[in-house]
Write a protein that binds this ligand. Structure first.
Ligand code: P6P
Length: 328
């Protein structure tokens, strides 16, 4: 479709491809887009109003909760709970799931999200993002167990990147499409249709400050990149969505691997690794723990962590080839 096509029109065209569709998903997605616009406004105003800094409380991850984290979380819950499309939600900021029952009509989808990933960058004006994943709810009663589905079961995944512009990137299994928010009209407009990640990149993203904890496989792979003839650039923002998005468009590899300090890595499976893995595979890339496809992991806990090696297919496969040295 033409560059500049409004997201609402794009979604309707997508929906029309499936005569049996009820429009529920399109309506759910439109609610999500509204929440994204509101969060974008607050993130962009953060420097002007008193919502910077920390609330002094900690979230389930034991991380300082930034005020914007809380606001983004509340914004998503309040915008999504009454639409009648969800049976439940799960958030990085909340230990337990939120069931949609009683007060509002119960729908058939589950929404999982990291409301504001990269929050430690908020006060220093570095890009942050919202990551989301949508599943079908398998049971009549919403329980935590319903959320513990492998990433291959996602019906939609995406992120909103609050950067120099606000972009929404998503997939429903039919390619990856990017939209840029035009604040003057308040609409997301098609800017990147059918994104394909280059098969090989020249950029690697990893926190080298952790190198003393790395297993040999990671150290050997990074050393190999540094020694490569063609050269390789290190780019690490410390904001997963920003690092991922750059590598998706330009090619490259992001690694938050298991190490001696964090046996399961740092990043969360259900609302960080799975949605980005769905996107990267739809764009022709690859995503693994180092030896296992992320999307095939059967979750055991809502907030479980996973090692994440994600990006250009040839780069990820090269990193995986070092895996045999992992425990050496
Ligand atoms: P580290 C931000 O807190 C985050 O969850 C991701 O956005 C980011 O990629 C990662 O953690 C950074 O972690 O340990 O390198 O600071």
């Amino acid at each position: 479709m033409a560059i500049g096509t409004p997201l609402t029109k794009f979604l309707l065209e997508e929906q029309r491809r499936y005569p049996e569709s009820t429009g529920n998903f399109t309506s759910l997605f439109s609610d999500l887009v509204l929440a994204a616009k509101i969060i974008s406004r607050e993130v962009n105003r953060a420097g002007l109003i008193d919502i910077l800094g920390s609330t002094g409380s900690q979230n389930v991850q034991g991380e300082e909760v930034q005020k914007l984290d809380e606001l983004a979380n509340e914004m998503l819950i309040k915008t999504m709970e009454h639409g009648g499309h969800l049976s439940g939600m799960a958030s990085e900021e909340m230990e337990e799931i939120v069931k949609v029952d009683g007060r509002f009509p119960r729908g058939s989808y589950l929404l999982l999200f990291d409301p504001l990933d990269g929050s430690s960058n908020i006060d220093v004006n570095i890009s942050v993002g919202t990551i989301f994943s949508i599943l079908k709810c398998p049971s009549a009663e919403t329980t935590t167990k319903d959320f513990l589905q492998p990433g291959t079961r996602q019906v939609c995944a995406g992120y909103i990147l609050y950067g120099s512009s606000t972009m929404l990137v998503y997939t429903t299994g039919h390619g990856v499409h990017g939209f840029t928010l035009d604040p003057s009209v308040g609409e997301f407009l098609l800017s990147h249709e059918d994104i394909r990640i280059p098969d090989k990149g020249k950029t690697y993203s990893i926190n080298e400050g952790n190198s003393k904890h790395w297993f040999p496989a990671t150290s050997m792979y990074i050393e190999k990149l540094k020694a490569s003839e063609k050269g390789c650039s290190a780019r690490y923002v410390g904001s997963l969505v920003a690092d991922f998005h750059r590598n998706l468009l330009k090619g490259g590899i992001f690694l938050y691997p298991a190490d001696k300090k964090s046996k399961n890595g740092k990043l969360r499976l259900l609302y960080e690794a799975n949605p980005l893995s769905f996107i990267v595979e739809q764009a022709g890339g690859k995503s693994s723990t180092g030896d296992k496809r992320i999307l095939e992991i059967v979750p055991e806990e809502l907030h479980q962590r996973t090692p994440l090696i994600i990006g250009s297919k040839a780069d990820v496969e090269e990193a995986e080839s070092f895996w045999k040295y992992q425990e050496a």
